[in-house]
Design a protein around this ligand. Structure first.
Ligand SMILES: [Fe+2]
Length: 389
C-alpha cells in the first residue's frame, strides 16, 4: 500500500539537495524473518538515483538502527509498528565518518527516539566548515563515539572498523557490524553488489529509470520493463563512473531543439532538457560490473578510484578480518542490493581478487575518475603518496 504524500515529506532536504528532494518514498522489507529489516529510499543528482538503506536489527534489548535514512512520517510509522512487535528502538548507529547522506538524517531520527542511545563513528567531519559534533545536531548527552567509548551490544555484535584513512579533505572511516546470531554483516559504503535488474524501490518511483532510458529529450517518459532495465544500466554507469565512457554531450543548440516537445512539457521530464547521447557499446561497461548477469560483492568504482586508490592494503586487510567471521551468511550494504548471500570463504576470495587484479586503473570507463584523482593530487588536496605497506 502506498503512503500518502504528507507521510513522505522530508523537510531537511535542502541540507543535501538530492533527488527526490522533499518527498522520500520508502520501501520497507523484511530481510531475515523476525530479525532484520530494511528501509530503502532513493537519492541522487539529476535523476541519477540509487537506493540508500537503513538496516534495522533485532537485538536482545530491542531494535538497533544502522545507517539512518530520512525519518519521514512513513519511516517512523514503520518503525513504531516494529517497536510494537519486537521492542523499543534502543540504539541508533552512524557507521561512517564521511558519508553525508547517512549523517544528515541522524539528528531528526535521534529526536524521534529520545530514549535511544546514539553511537557515531570517530573522526566525524563536515565540509566546507569543520563543525563540532553538537553543531551537526548530534544529541550530546546521549551520543557516544564507537570504539573510543565502547560498543553497543558487544555480547551479541562484533564491530569491525575500516580506517581511519586520511583523504586529505577529511577522514574515511566505516564500521561494519556483525550480528553473530543471524550471520548478518551490516556495511555502509565500502562494498556493494549491483543487481542486474532495477531494485524494487524503483517500483515506488520509476521516473529516474524512465528519464535515462531515452535517446533524446523529445521522447516522452514511456514505461515498460525494457526501458526500466536500460535506465537502470545507465544509472549504474553514472553512479559508478560519474561520466560514462560511451556518452557524449551534444551541442547545446541540438539539446534545446528537443525541448518542449509534445509530451515533455512538464517538470518531470525536465521540459525535454536531456544533454546526453549514448554511443553504441555502452552496455558492455555495465555488464562488466555484473559479470554473467549476476550481482557480486565488489568495491564501488568511485570509491576504488577516488577514495581508496592508494589504500588497497588497508581495504584488503579489513576484508581479511571480515573473512574471519566463520558464521558469515549475509552481507547488507547501505546501497544497491541486500541481503547478499556470502560466506567467510567468499569474503576471503574477494580479498584475493582485489589483491590480484589491477587496482584503481586509468583506462576504459575509469578515465573520468582517474582525471579527477590526478587533479586533486596535483592541487595537493589529497595525498599522492602510496601508503601501501
Ligand atoms: Fe553511502
Amino acid at each position: 500500500m502506498t503512503a500518502p504524500a504528507a507521510q513522505q515529506r522530508w523537510p531537511w532536504w535542502p541540507l543535501l539537495p538530492l533527488y527526490p528532494y522533499g518527498r522520500r518514498r520508502t520501501l520497507r522489507r523484511e530481510l531475515i524473518p523476525g530479525r532484520l529489516w530494511s528501509f530503502e529510499q532513493l537519492q541522487g543528482i539529476w535523476y541519477v538515483a540509487v537506493p540508500i538503506r537503513m538496516t534495522v536489527l533485532r537485538v536482545r534489548e530491542g531494535l538497533l538502527l544502522y545507517a539512518p535514512v530520512a525519518p519521514t512520517g512513513e519511516v517512523l510509522a514503520g518503525l513504531r509498528q516494529l517497536e510494537e512487535q519486537v521492542g523499543p528502538v534502543c540504539t541508533i548507529v552512524l557507521p561512517t565518518a564521511s558519508g553525508l547522506e547517512h549523517k544528515l538524517p541522524l539528528p531528526a531520527l535521534a529526536r524521534a527516539f529520545p530514549d535511544a542511545q546514539v553511537w557515531v563513528t570517530p573522526r566525524q567531519w563536515s565540509f566546507p566548515l569543520p563543525l563540532p559534533p553538537a553543531w551537526l545536531g548530534f544529541p550530546a548527552a546521549r551520543t557516544r563515539v564507537l570504539l573510543e567509548e565502547g560498543v553497543p551490544h558487544g555480547d551479541q555484535l562484533e564491530w569491525l572498523p575500516l580506517g581511519p584513512l586520511d583523504l586529505g579533505l577529511g577522514t574515511f572511516m566505516e564500521i561494519a557490524c556483525f550480528d553473530r546470531s543471524s550471520g548478518s554483516l551490516l556495511l555502509t559504503d565500502a562494498l556493494v553488489a549491483i543487481p542486474p535488474e532495477p531494485p524494487e524501490v524503483f517500483e515506488l518511483d520509476p521516473t529516474p529509470l524512465l528519464f535515462h532510458a531515452r535517446e533524446r529529450g523529445d521522447e516522452p517518459l514511456d514505461d515498460d520493463p525494457r526501458r526500466r532495465r536500460r535506465g537502470w544500466q545507465r544509472l549504474v554507469l553514472f553512479a559508478n563512473y560519474l561520466r560514462p565512457r560511451l556518452l557524449e554531450v551534444p551541442p547545446l543548440a541540438q539539446v534545446l531543439r528537443h525541448c518542449l516537445a509534445p509530451g515533455c512539457r512538464n517538470p518531470r521530464s525536465h521540459f525535454g532538457f536531456y544533454p546526453f547521447r549514448w554511443l553504441p557499446g555502452w552496455q558492455d561497461d555495465f555488464l562488466a560490473l555484473v559479470p554473467g548477469g549476476q550481482s557480486r560483492l565488489q568495491v564501488a568504482a568511485v570509491l576504488e578510484r577516488l577514495v581508496f586508490p592508494r589504500q588497497r592494503q588497508a581495504l584488503v586487510g579489513w576484508i581479511g578480518e571480515l573473512a574471519a567471521l566463520e558464521t558469515l551468511r549475509w552481507v547488507v550494504p547501505a546501497h544497491y542490493e541486500a541481503p547478499v548471500a556470502c560466506s567467510a570463504a567468499a569474503m576471503a576470495s574477494l580479498a584475493d581478487r582485489i589483491q590480484a587484479s589491477p587496482w584503481a586503473p586509468d583506462q576504459g570507463p575509469w578515465q573520468t575518475l582517474a582525471g579527477i584523482d590526478r587533479t586533486l593530487v596535483g592541487l595537493g588536496v589529497v595525498p599522492g603518496e602510496p601508503i601501501e605497506t
